[in-house]
Design a protein around this ligand. Structure first.
Ligand code: SAM
Length: 235
């Protein structure tokens, strides 16, 4: 029954995906404020894997700005807050329902601010001190924009934060998401230089995970065949 409901939901959004604040808020209200089921170990494992990847490039004593875009209910924000105690962390989402939970989850940290905004419109005005280094984190949110908007948003971010590095993840499974070569072309076109890649999870063959993931991290050909969500680091 649960599986059927999930399939039905995914089917309806593949025709008409949520885009605006109102769409997301309505979707959340109709699905217990958590349509993806964030308690699922697969999601938590993806978030932990994403943090491990970020830690390879961003030292724990980083004291600049971290802007987490599309934070949803703050499950990744709390991991960031626990690791980056010297940074100023900005938590963003298009939905006030999502942001309310993110706020509750991270309320004990005093280095955090929140702002509700469409990522298409995020700019330098959203941060207090733009003289510091800035890092942008966009996990699993860019694909809610249309194809044209994705490029506009990424170019805006590059213009607003020209020196910011960016961690970004998405499924590389085609369809409404991306194919890796298209994604890399888009990023290059928006002025970003690729510095690192990590496969977060696989489409199928999960029993071969331990063997396949390291191979997929190194080989584009293998990644194209087996990878689902992938995280990238660009400067
Ligand atoms: C699949 S969730 C990902 C949450 C989290 N980043 C993660 O990786 O688990 C997508 C989130 O992006 C937010 N979002 C979607 N479109 C957005 C936009 N245009 N601007 C800001 N946030 C957006 C949604 O409200 C949702 O919270």
């Amino acid at each position: 029954m649960l599986k059927f409901r999930k399939q039905k939901r995914i089917k309806s959004w593949s025709v008409q995906r949520p885009r605006t604040r109102e769409d997301f808020n309505k979707w959340y209200s109709e699905n217990n404020d958590d349509p993806w089921g964030y308690k699922n170990y697969k999601i938590q494992s993806r978030l932990n894997e994403s943090l491990d990847f970020i830690l390879n490039y961003l030292p724990q004593d980083f004291s600049g700005n971290i802007i987490e875009i599309g934070a949803f209910r703050g499950d990744f924000s709390i991991l960031l807050c626990n690791k980056y105690k010297n940074a100023k962390i900005y938590i963003n989402d298009i939905s006030d329902i999502a942001l309310k939970y993110a706020k509750e989850k991270t309320s004990s940290f005093n280095n955090v601010s929140y702002f509700m905004k469409d990522l298409l419109k995020i700019s330098i005005d959203d941060i207090d001190d733009n003289s510091k280094d800035t890092v942008l984190i966009l996990l699993e949110c860019i694909y809610y924009l249309s194809n044209e908007e994705r490029e506009i948003a990424l170019k805006n971010l590059r213009r607003s934060f020209p020196n910011a590095s960016i961690f970004i993840s998405a499924p590389m499974s085609g369809g409404v998401y991306f194919l890796e070569y298209q994604f890399l072309y888009m990023m290059k076109n928006c002025g970003y230089r690729l510095n690192g890649i990590k496969v977060l999870n696989l489409k199928k063959l999960s029993f071969l995970r331990t063997i396949l993931k390291p191979v997929a991290n190194r080989s584009k050909k293998v990644r194209e065949k087996v990878a689902r969500q992938v995280i990238f680091y660009f400067t």
